[in-house]
Design a protein around this ligand. Structure first.
Ligand SMILES: Cc1cc2nc3c(=O)[nH]c(=O)nc-3n(C[C@H](O)[C@H](O)[C@H](O)COP(=O)(O)O)c2cc1C
Length: 305
């Protein structure tokens, strides 16, 4: 879209899993890399579904960057070892998760207010000298200068780039992204910075990257889930959307073993965000469907009215 700038697909827990990423890359593309939703350690082991989600065979022919969420060095070590064993040489560190129970314990954006813990956590990165690390962070937990706590770390740990979501943790996803802070972050951070937060059109991407030529690119999240053809405008056709849907549906039917109800729930939850402007009656029928047969009828009504 713009020479020498990258466009990244943001991790969205519950949406941009390997099924979505693979179908998206096959049907729409326009993305340089897909950042996977975070993996984490629970009760001493990495959640099995997190590992399955990033297994290379579940992500055929796509550029995936695994993401880890940790507040203890031992958890970080365990996850980095697991992703390195799978052959990944790029890993993103989550310093942006705003979920209060998680952040209060020092995970995600909560870590931004704890510079000493942050340094300890990232010391582990030096055990993996061949891995390219990135940090995905917010401006801060409750103060828009806390991102400066990562600056010493950028110099010491080998951080390849930073993805900045221009909100505070306490804002969750509300309020506007503070794009007015872009320039100060670009000036102070000594490695490439990717802009993130409320980016929702190719025009906005061009305008942002023209206004901030030092930015290395953008990361797009919710807008890409809502409009999967966002970065491939010529793919914004019913035929493409239908193909995309069918790939998701097929794959979830194969992978979700909890019965029709689970598959229906999964598909209906995708439709909460996907194609919000599509035929309202058909969307309503999709949301209200109580069986897969009814669901399929409603989807057919939407794609082949
Ligand atoms: C439901 C939901 C789940 C998310 N999961 C993750 C995640 O696993 N890791 C992460 O770094 N960011 C996560 N994010 C944040 C997004 O990656 C992104 O930074 C944020 O939504 C702002 O970008 P956007 O306005 O383009 O969506 C999540 C956001 C939402 C709304």
């Amino acid at each position: 879209m713009i020479e020498n700038k990258v466009i990244l697909s943001a991790p969205i827990q519950g949406w941009t899993d390997h099924v979505w990423r693979t179908a998206h890359a096959q049907v729409f593309g326009g993305v340089d890399a897909y950042y996977a939703p975070f993996m984490r350690v629970e009760h001493g082991t990495i959640r099995r579904r997190d590992l399955r989600d990033i297994q290379p065979e579940n992500n055929p022919d796509i550029h995936v960057v695994p993401q880890v969420l940790a507040c203890k060095a031992s958890d970080m070590e365990q996850m980095l070892q697991a992703v390195a064993d799978m052959g990944y040489d790029e890993v993103d560190i989550n310093l942006g998760c705003p979920h209060p129970p998680v952040a209060r314990k020092g995970y995600g954006a909560g870590m931004l207010a704890r510079p000493d813990d942050l340094l300890q956590l990232t010391e582990v990165l030096s055990h993996y000298p061949t891995v390219r690390f990135s940090l995905k962070l917010r401006l801060g937990w409750d103060d828009a200068s806390q991102w400066r706590n990562v600056l010493p770390l950028l110099a010491n740990a080998h951080i390849d780039h930073v993805v900045m979501h221009y909100r505070l943790g306490v804002q969750q996803y509300k309020g506007e992204a503070m794009l007015e802070c872009i320039d100060e972050t670009l000036e102070a951070i000594g490695c490439p910075v990717i802009l993130n937060g409320d980016i929702d059109s190719p025009e906005q991407i061009k305008a942002l990257l023209t206004r901030h030529p030092r930015a290395a690119g953008v990361m797009v999240g919710r807008a890409l889930v809502a409009a999967p053809a966002l970065l491939c405008p010529e793919c914004a056709t019913m035929a493409h959307y239908s193909d995309f849907h069918d790939r998701l549906y097929e794959q979830y039917r194969q992978e979700l073993t909890g019965g029709d109800h689970q598959i229906l729930n999964k598909m209906q939850s995708l439709w909460e965000r996907m194609l919000p402007d599509a035929a309202p009656r058909a969307r309503k029928a999709i949301r209200k469907a109580t069986s897969l047969a009814r669901y399929e009828q409603a989807v057919a009504q939407l794609f082949n009215p």
